[in-house]
Design a protein around this ligand. Sequence first.
Ligand code: COA
Length: 286
Amino acid sequence: MTSATSSGAETGELSSSTVQVTFDDGIAWVVLNRPDKRNAMNPTMNREMNVILDALEIDDRCKVLILTGAGEAFTAGMDLKEFFRETAGFDPIKRHRMMAQATNWQWRKLRYFAKPTIAMVNGWTFGGGFVPLIACDVAIAAEDAIFGVSEINWGIIPAGNVTKAIEAVLNERKALLYIMTGDPFDGKKAAEIGLVTESVPQSELRATVVALAQKLMKKNPITLWNAKVAFKHIGEMDWELSEEYLTAKAIANARMDPERGSERGLKQFLDDKSYKPGLGEYRREE
Ligand code: COA
């Protein structure tokens, strides 16, 4: 059952025991919601996030997805008790299933999600939390949020694709420093090393993220999807394959796009002379 909150936001049927989902003016707020456990990702949350992301991908109320955490944390990473200690004796296939439920949403679904995704990093972010953080297209952090690749501090390597995610955004010097020391660092440092896009004072975090979401909402959604997915795939390709892929993807995009954005853009610029592509987007409502 959907209901309206005092701010006009809709909340309801997609919320689960560990995740709150609210819709507000095209934004789907997905809030990891175990604040007492610093939003540690337990098997229940992982199971529920798969269902939620699948539902949001085809829900018209979600034009942009914002991932954040309730309380003091974005997420303190994998749940050390429920995900690691309590499952240590599971048979390998059962454990594999549990791991797949975690990584399916944390990078596979989120990284290629068909709509723009923004990580709004409000606080503590450790270990496994780096995967959904990096899988989001853009990340804006509070300056005082604290990050750490803490695995080394409790005797494991950053697995569950944490190391792969870090390798995608950090250079080797920074990546190995934090992987090998486990030292915590703040949001300002996270922006400086490229782990997040930008850091802002905590008091400006929400407004900054909402403004970005509104800007993204104005763009052609199909082209936005293809542009981000293409970027995420070409990193794994050599130049020859990348050129072939991007050419094919551009043709596919033109075929997929119901509003025929490139034709409109060219007409408005070259014929009507009514806008400049270098300075903003074409008029989509024509
Ligand atoms: N897994 C399971 N439980 C966790 C957790 C995690 N990753 N992170 C925090 N919690 C739990 C604590 O065990 C505690 O539970 P309790 O109230 O039942 O004792 C509760 O959340 C609050 O944690 P606490 O340590 O008291 O909060 P804090 O604000 O003082 O410290 C952190 C916050 C995030 C710095 C600290 O909890 C921490 O270091 N967590 C582990 C982070 C980590 O290394 N994650 C990597 C996982 S891959």
